[in-house]
Design a protein around this ligand. Structure first.
Ligand SMILES: [Mn+2]
Length: 416
């Protein structure tokens, strides 16, 4: 492990809160992330499922967590752990022992994974509802072991009511605890170093992937486990492709480069976008465009407070963008802001870079969100997005990425 685990109390509290939200006739089943094949005998890089991590802190595939509602008497929870396999350990290193799994997660009862089915079938006999969650965002992807297991349960247990666990976890995961905010801060500190170094090294003729490499160096060098999401390094008009990750073009002197990046430290990643002039100086036109986006970014942030929903934030963002982009001459009607702004103003940020969120649910203190207005003028080869990460507090907000420069003068000074 490249980082110090959270205290077990974090995971115990998270499970307790979830178990209090379960119906009394329900039980929750949470799956560790599956591994998947890359090619030949190579697996895809593996990362723990965010919910499973949030509830256990354990980073290994093949584990099940069974959780019973607290109301049903004692707080019952069991982990089912793949047994330590000495042959496998020769190749892949130490597996979690029951003792270590218990120490990290705080779950007292740890049983071998091959006992899971027998336990589950017994436990569900007293219950009517199974809360569980598998990723359903990619219907064209191969089913995981968890998908297939649930399909089998549906056939074998026709009387059992299947409910999504995600909605129960949304309010819980949305309100970030101090240890989580500190992790995001740590990630942002690393991103800041990476971006400052990129600004110093950037010059015309450099390849987009060399900027990506510079960031990756800083992330891994500082103990990040991986990037939080694929790094976007987009010169000129490439920046108008929102999720451009090819990063294969040379950077031209008269263009801007858009860098959307995050290094994941201890399962949490910041999500930052900065735009730099490749020559070291913004042209007049580039500065005009950049300044408009910066004004949207700052105006929107100033209005942030707990209690607003994403729906309300989107309306606010639309008004601000409409007004500023019209004044700057990018659109003639304020309502047309999406023609040049393309996308929503931001998203919740946490264990998932696009963290769980419900549109009309008011954001509470502790919510961490991104603020990332964009301006895309493909016919001019200009794409700009300025993305900060902000935590809502009781009294207002704190810009967690405040140390990462975004003013034109500061950016140019960095590159000088
Ligand atoms: Mn983002």
């Amino acid at each position: 492990m490249r980082y110090k685990p959270f205290p077990a109390k974090f995971f115990c509290d998270n499970r307790r809160l979830l178990s209090q939200r379960l119906d009394e006739d329900g039980l929750a089943l949470v799956f560790s992330a599956d591994s998947s094949i890359r090619n030949g005998d190579q697996l895809q890089p593996w990362r723990q499922d965010s919910n499973f991590f949030y509830l256990t802190g354990l980073e290994q595939p093949g584990i099940f967590l069974l959780l019973l509602p607290e109301k049903a008497g004692s707080h019952q929870e069991v982990l089912f752990l793949p047994p330590v396999n000495l042959e496998r350990e020769k190749w892949e290193g130490k597996m979690l022992t029951p003792e270590r799994a218990s120490e990290i997660s705080g779950v007292k009862k740890v049983l071998p994974a091959d006992q899971f089915l027998a336990h589950f079938f017994r436990a569900q006999e007293q219950k009517n509802t199974l809360y569980t969650e598998v990723n359903a965002l990619f219907p064209d992807q191969p089913l995981t072991k968890a998908h297939r297991m649930l399909e089998d349960f549906r056939v074998r247990l026709p009387g059992l009511n299947f409910k999504k666990m995600g909605p129960l976890l949304v309010p819980q995961r949305a309100k970030k605890q101090t240890v989580e905010i500190d992790r995001i801060r740590a990630s942002l500190g690393i991103i800041e170093k990476g971006l400052r170094s990129v600004a110093k090294k950037l010059k015309p003729g450099m390849m987009e992937y060399q900027v990506e490499a510079e960031l990756a160096f800083h992330y891994l060098n500082a103990g990040c486990s991986r990037v939080g999401f694929e790094t976007i390094v987009a010169g000129g008009k490439n920046a108008c492709t929102l999720h451009y990750v090819e990063n294969s073009d040379p950077l031209a002197a008269k263009e801007l480069v858009l860098i959307d990046t995050g290094g994941e430290y201890g399962m949490y990643s910041g999500d930052i976008t900065r735009v730099l002039p490749i020559s070291g100086k913004f042209t007049e036109r580039q500065a005009h465009c950049y300044q408009a986006v910066l004004e949207v970014n700052k105006t929107f942030i100033r209005k942030l407070r707990a209690g607003l929903s994403w729906k309300e934030l989107a309306e606010q963002a639309g008004m601000i963008q409409g007004e500023i982009y019209k004044k700057a001459g990018f659109i003639t009607e304020a309502k047309d802001y999406l023609k040049v702004g393309y996308h929503r103003i931001g998203h919740s940020l946490g264990l998932d870079v696009h963290d769980l969120q419900i549109a009309d649910w008011p954001l509470k203190a502790g919510a961490v969100i991104t603020v990332e207005p964009g301006l895309y003028l493909p016919e001019e080869g200009i794409g700009i997005r300025i993305e900060d990460n902000v935590v809502l507090t009781e009294g207002g907000f704190e810009v967690l990425s405040a140390n990462i420069p975004k003013e034109i003068a500061d950016l140019e000074a960095l590159m000088a």
